[in-house]
Design a protein around this ligand. Sequence first.
Ligand code: MG
Length: 372
Amino acid sequence: MGTPLMPYAVSAANSRGRRFHEPLPAYRSEFQRDRDRIVHSTAFRRLEYKTQVFVNHEGDHFRTRLTHSLEVAQIARGMARELGLNEDLTEAISLAHDLGHTPFGHAGQDALNERMAGFGGFEHNLQSLRIVDALEQHYASFDGLNLCFETREGILKHCPAETAARLGDLGERFLRHAQPSLEAQICNLADEVAYNNHDIDDGLRSGLLSLGQLEEVSLFERNRALVRNAHGAAEGQRLIHETVRRMINALVCDLVETTKSNIARCAPRTLDDVRQAGALVDFSGEMRDAQREMKQFLRKNLYQHHEVLRMTLKARRIVGDLFSAFIDDPRMLPPAYRSDSEQPRRVADYIAGMTDRYAMKEHRRLFAVGEI
Ligand code: MG
């Protein structure tokens, strides 16, 4: 068993509960129930065919949003357990944090945001909240999943002030510059640890990055040297995996240690103390620099690699074309997405819900000459 739950952890006792009252679950905590609802949602199943950097059909060994979310959950849960925080809540937030992503990662989001410019824009993080609050329609008594406040708070990582103002209690912290729970803070950084490391791993696997290039990433170099010292002959996939696992471990250990000392210094006694304190879950200064260096490397060498840009531009065109086609003639939409009062938003919901492969298929169906 892990450390007992700290008094400033989120628990049934200090939770602000659900929007619609429901009887207590029989053999689960409220946060286990949230996690279960997320896993059973339609949006969660679609994560399997959505990607971050690579398009889903490019290879079976790259991360998808589903495997990324599982990695985030695994990292976040380990930290929560060590810090005496609510592990079930970190799992729920982690598994839900990317639900609102469009097909084709950020390229899809940018295209949708451009097309939605006159209609309130599009942002994946807000869309994740919209999915769990409204778009999932499985329950008889309410729209959405009726998740606990703390799960929804963790899903909403960032939010512009004008949006926060209309989100009521959930938006309050952005207006008052307060923090979310430690569990939410953990998920946020576990996300970074997961994607930086798996993008290096997938980048090498795809051949878009080379081991030689990674010499300029000090965290990688330091850990590659440790692998060479311990296992001189390791190369190829073993060398990469042994290095990446050490990087993840170094980042997580640094996060745990720095967070422990921040908590000791600030000495929160309640969840409210946590919300009023600055961000307590954090890297040491040195590790933050190393992490920044890794991010810059990935931006320059992977996210802006010409092969990736080619895919990105194509993805933007697919999403942009789909949006225009449905706005020009909403009769082509499935009936559930037609609306007299908010048609652009419903088109965005429809497109954002698509998987990579479904968006490509829809595009072919609508635009390929000779295909009816
Ligand atoms: Mg993520």
